[in-house]
Design a protein around this ligand. Structure first.
Ligand SMILES: [Zn+2]
Length: 389
């Protein structure tokens, strides 16, 4: 995803009349929340009135400190579970208390792993939740941070939020962000202690998808423009350039063509192409019924074909496109082939590698998901629907 900047506003502290927002100077998201309380409903209403754009173009996302801070006025909610601490109140009880109200609203729910990292100061979140942050200052602590993030993804969280805390002296380090990025594939939010565009860009370059600025923005609202300009420059160098993105869609369409071939043969419609230097070197589709072979998945067919094309078993310069998240077996094969980039369309929570083999790929491999996701998923769903009739 593109690099995003979120501004965090605390309903109890933010001065709505001082916001520097204009149509040309807007963050990507506004997070609303605080560790104590405040009337979020009135605040979100007043905030919307202040925004220079309409129609929910700038999502207002709740970042609640507790169940009372939910309001149906928001566009979405980070449905937080505080995974770094062992206080059941913030792991699950506050979530249960707010569940029904959220469920009955039209607010989009984003299951979020909230992980506190020691930022060198005691924060109000630590006081309120009675938990200790994870220690980023030694090897064992860093390992725990990474393992917590891996666990979060396996629990089905859709986003990881690493929080050094409001007013942190030390933001989450780029080294830790890089390690988390390497070991997980869901979007990553970084917050706490980011006071300069350089610190923000260091987080983006290390793999952060969203950087949150709270405290610093409260005292320096006029600096928003500076952060936005800096983000633009880093996005051009770090983010997937649009050419690459359209390449991804182009090759995913070819993988979908492969999936159609499987469908025509009454096979589960999954297709795969392998690309190297802009050229397709292997393609394949699911053939498990035709060949009576449980290993005849699209990826395996494509890897075999690509190895024949290049005349060698390793494919380190290749990108593998597949319409559905690879299973553990295929992830293993992709790892053996040393393929360094994997792009998939629809997720597969039942059989996908993210649940069963999250570390099967080559350690340097990068993963992109959600390319033409709707089309990839529809093809599968229609196939199973036709089977049930
Ligand atoms: Zn497979």
């Amino acid at each position: 995803m593109d690099k995003k900047l979120a501004i965090l506003l605390d309903p109890e502290k933010a001065d709505l009349s001082a916001l520097p927002f204009t149509a040309d100077c807007l963050p990507d998201y506004i997070f609303v929340g605080g560790s104590t309380g405040g009337d979020t409903t009135a605040f979100v209403r007043a905030l919307r009135e202040k925004l220079p754009i309409t129609n929910h173009q700038l999502p207002i996302i709740l970042f609640p400190g507790n169940a009372t801070q939910f309001t149906p006025e928001a566009d979405a909610i980070l449905f937080l579970s505080l995974l770094s601490g062992d206080n059941p109140e913030y792991l699950v009880h506050q979530q249960v208390k707010s569940a029904r109200r959220i469920h009955e609203s039209s607010v989009e729910v984003i299951p979020t792993a909230y992980i506190l990292i020691d930022g060198g100061v005691e924060t109000s979140t630590m006081r309120v939740t009675g938990t200790k942050p994870l220690n980023p200052f030694n090897t064992e602590g860093i390992q725990t941070i990474i393992d917590t993030c891996i666990a979060a993804e396996m629990m089905g969280k859709k986003i990881i939020y690493l929080e050094a805390g409001s007013g942190a002296q030390i933001p989450v380090s780029p080294d830790i962000i890089r390690e988390v990025r390497k070991n997980t594939s869901i979007p990553l939010i970084i917050g706490g202690g980011i006071r300069t565009p350089e610190a923000m860009n260091a987080a983006y370059s290390a793999g952060a998808d969203i950087v949150v600025i709270g405290n610093h923005f409260e005292s320096h609202p006029e600096e928003l423009q500076k952060f936005l300009s800096a983000k633009r420059s880093v996005s051009e160098t770090v983010c997937t350039p649009s050419a690459k993105r359209s390449d991804d869609e182009r090759f995913m369409r070819l993988a979908l063509c492969e999936a159609e071939k499987a469908l025509a043969a009454d096979e589960i419609p999954i297709g795969c192409v392998i690309v190297s230097q802009g050229r397709i070197i292997g393609r394949g589709h699911n053939l498990t019924e035709t060949l009576s072979d449980v290993t005849a998945h699209a990826e395996i067919q494509a890897i075999t074909a690509a190895a024949q094309t290049v005349g060698g078993k390793y494919l380190p310069d290749a990108t593998l496109y597949v319409t559905v998240e690879p299973c553990a077996m295929c992830a293993g094969a992709i790892g053996w082939a040393q393929i360094n980039r994997i792009v998939y369309g629809a997720t597969d929570p039942k059989r996908g590698f993210t649940t069963y083999a999250p570390r099967a790929f080559h350690p340097k491999a990068t993963i992109t998901s959600g390319v033409l996701e709707t089309e990839c998923r529809q093809l599968i769903q229609e196939f199973f629907k036709s089977k049930r009739l």
